[in-house]
Design a protein around this ligand. Structure first.
Ligand code: NAD
Ligand code: UD1
Length: 339
């Protein structure tokens, strides 16, 4: 297994996956329509690794184009990161989300089937568990009801790939359920570059730290957690990216549909994040406690021991490193990839 296609490879997670794959000796081909990213991320990955990426600007909805690329580049496995991911926007524009994420995935899978590429690693999410009855979450927990169309697209895409394997066991399907990816590559050259006001906690915190936003809105302090604010399992994006490399490394020995939680197994609250960020980076984060955000849950964190046991994957970075690296990226690139 050598030639790996990453859909959505110019994005936050895809660009980190591209870098780790190149560093591990794989050939990386990226397919992205740049709807939420910039080609600059890939140029920086090339600069950091001294290796080159074959980049195709295209939409996964364009089945024929995807097919051409799969054949031309002799692709052996696909890491499928391409998706729209803004939860709030998905509530307002469900058709856009279902079309892009679901129809897009059907188009990609049809192209793969037609050319006989039957190895797929999918960017799934902890959101498919819904509101779990207990924590930590293991992979055999039942799927729950996502609270928004984005979450449903992830859950449905998992089902589509699972059904595909049932119909044709030659398909290998690895569902990677990410918990909350944060941080950035240690170089400070690649990182998360959200368009407009960030939805997720970390980019919001770093934009407060740099003075672009006045204060953090803390969504609720009456949750059933140690300090009342929401608890999540934050994972360093580089550790997450390495999980993809381990999945590819182990593809030959995996059969069927395999699910892995990619997480650290530790839960931290919003205020833990604020205080640790202030401590390790020496920057004050102004915040105000506000009402709960619709659809949020109290607490979620994972048991990620299956990925360790089966793939030999472990996380190298703790919360302090994640927050230092998020800040380095933001500080060095106040406007993201825009010069
Ligand atoms: P991102 O927006 O930075 O990357 C997604 C990439 O997909 C972008 O570069 C975008 O241009 C591209 N894309 C979108 N639709 C496309 C299409 N139709 N054709 C071609 N390219 C298309 O997001 P990310 O944070 O890197 O997330 C990557 C994947 O991981 C997504 O599938 C997301 O749902 C999933 N995920 C992300 C998180 C998170 O917190 N970031 C958590 C769980 C799961
Ligand atoms: C959110 C999405 C989830 C998606 C994930 C990764 C919702 C309901 N869920 O998860 O579907 O898979 O992002 O993209 O949006 N918080 C604040 N202030 C902020 C932002 C967040 O207090 O400005 C709090 C939240 O209430 C939560 C925690 O910080 O307790 C983490 O929030 P966030 O980064 O948005 O991730 P999730 O809610 O876990």
């Amino acid at each position: 297994m050598k030639n790996i296609l990453i859909t959505g490879g110019a994005g936050f997670i895809g660009s980190h996956v591209a870098l780790e794959l190149l560093d591990s000796g794989y050939n990386v081909i990226v397919y992205d329509n740049l709807s939420n990213s910039s080609e600059e991320s890939l140029k920086r990955v090339e600069e950091l690794t001294g290796l080159s990426i074959s980049f195709y600007k295209g939409d996964i909805l364009d089945t024929n184009h995807v097919k051409e690329v799969l054949e031309k580049e002799k692709i052996e496995a696909v890491i499928h990161c391409a998706a729209l991911k803004a939860v709030g926007e998905s509530v307002k524009k469900p058709l856009l989300y279902y079309h892009n994420n679901i129809t897009g995935t059907l188009s990609l899978l049809s192209a793969m089937e037609e050319v006989g590429v039957k190895n797929i690693i999918f960017s799934s999410s902890a959101t498919v568990y819904g509101d779990p009855e207990t924590v930590p979450i293991t992979e055999d927990f039942p799927k729950g009801a996502p609270t928004n169309p984005y979450g449903w697209t992830k859950s449905m895409m998992e089902q589509i790939m699972t059904d595909l394997h049932t119909a044709d066991p030659n398909w290998k399907v690895i569902l990677l359920r990410y918990f909350n990816p944060i941080g950035a590559h240690k170089s400070g050259r690649i990182g998360e570059d959200p368009k407009g006001i960030p939805n997720n906690l970390l980019p919001y915190v770093t934009q407060v730290a740099i003075g672009k936003l006045p204060y953090l809105h803390v969504y609720g302090d009456d949750y059933d957690t140690h300090d009342g604010t929401g608890v999540r399992d934050y994972i360093h994006v580089v550790d997450l990216a390495k999980g993809h490399v381990k999945a590819i490394d182990n593809l030959d020995k995996l059969t069927g549909v395999e699910i892995f939680n990619l997480a650290t197994g530790h839960g931290y609250s919003v205020l833990d994040i604020v205080k640790t960020f202030e401590k390790v980076n020496g920057v004050k984060i102004e915040y105000k406690i506000e009402g709960r955000r619709e659809g949020d849950i109290d607490e979620t964190y994972a048991d990620a021991s299956k990925a360790e046991k089966v793939l030999g994957w472990i996380c190298d970075n703790g919360l302090e490193e994640m927050l230092e690296d998020s800040w380095r990226w933001q500080k060095n690139n106040p406007n993201g990839y825009e010069e």
